[in-house]
Design a protein around this ligand. Structure first.
Ligand SMILES: NC(=O)c1ccc[n+]([C@@H]2O[C@H](COP(=O)([O-])OP(=O)(O)OC[C@H]3O[C@@H](n4cnc5c(N)ncnc54)[C@H](OP(=O)(O)O)[C@@H]3O)[C@@H](O)[C@H]2O)c1
Length: 269
């Protein structure tokens, strides 16, 4: 059987993208070839990965086989990009799908001149199939090719198509912000701890409160302002809390955080 998909870097995010495709039988494990760098990852995947994919070291003789695949998922870390050397194929229509944070289409096209390149920005909830992925196309993709690439991500979350100029802000809002949310959960839980609750109970309450609030906002289609007004009574506890946050500049800090992440992403590109 010939390989349909080559995965350059079979780490956390690549597994999150590929595994649902196997589960849904959209592609067979034997149609996929994967590369990793270290002996440890190689052995771990051989021993523990639930599907029997062909996996090789990046330095092995077999690694060149990846370049025979019509589509490659590039899923190394951005700083590892320089370790990858393109091997030209006789076809001119091969595709590289890069999930590398901040690496522009221009850079990809320079690095892989014999490939059509597409960028996908995704986020960590993809590992539980709740990902958000933005795709930005290089030149000359047919509708069939676009559908194939979109299908890679559709099984693990929602997919959006954006022109490349919006990928930096998309990354800041969706890829970096899970860390901001984690920090907020941690800080609110610390507030509970300070009030005498155990860390465990405090964190459980905060997580369920956030989940409930999000569901309320999504399901009842009320605006954030409506919700704020609903729980803020005159002279009450909530307005006391909100006043502190305004004093400390939380709103501005969050906006600035998104601007900083966007600018950093632009710098990488
Ligand atoms: N983590 C996130 O929140 C997140 C979210 C969205 C997108 N991304 C993007 O997703 C990409 C992958 O992130 P990750 O978290 O999945 O990283 P990861 O778990 O470290 O996976 C990277 C993989 O690349 C392999 N690798 C390194 N050098 C290689 C080479 N020369 N040839 C072939 N394989 C090589 C590594 O092998 P070894 O393990 O053997 O070193 C590993 O399997 C990054 O570019 C990141 O920007 C990450």
């Amino acid at each position: 059987m010939s390989y349909k998909l080559g995965v350059i870097g079979f780490g956390n995010i690549a597994k999150a993208i590929i595994t649902p495709l196997f589960e849904q039988k959209l592609i067979q494990p034997k149609e996929v070839i994967c590369l990793v760098n270290s002996e440890k990852s190689f052995q771990n995947i051989k021993k523990f990965y639930e599907y029997d994919v062909d996996i090789f070291h990046a330095s092995s003789d077999e690694s060149h086989l990846i370049w025979k695949c019509p589509t490659k998922l590039l899923s190394i870390k951005p700083q590892q990009l320089e370790t990858i050397e393109e091997i030209k194929n006789e076809r001119n229509s091969d595709i590289i799908v890069s999930i590398l944070a901040g690496i522009s289409l221009n850079k990809l096209e320079e690095k892989f001149p014999n490939h059509k390149c597409v960028r996908a920005v995704t986020n960590i909830p993809i590992t539980i199939r709740s990902g958000l992925t933005a795709i930005s196309w290089g030149d000359e993709f047919s509708e069939d090719e676009k559908n194939f690439v979109k299908r890679l991500f559709e099984n693990s979350g929602k997919v959006f198509e954006f022109s490349e100029q919006y990928l930096d802000i998309f990354l800041a809002l969706t890829s970096s912000s899970p860390a901001i949310i984690a920090l907020i959960v941690e800080a609110l839980s610390d507030g509970g701890l300070n009030g005498g609750l155990s860390k465990k109970i405090s964190e459980e309450l905060v997580l369920d409160m956030i989940l409930g609030t999000i569901l309320l906002l999504k399901d009842s289609k009320i605006t954030t302002a409506d919700l704020k007004n609903m729980v803020t009574s005159p002279g009450g506890t909530t307005i006391s809390a909100l006043r502190v946050l305004e004093e400390k500049g939380l709103r501005s800090a969050l906006i600035e955080a998104i601007i900083a992440a966007t600018n950093k992403s632009k710098e990488f590109g």
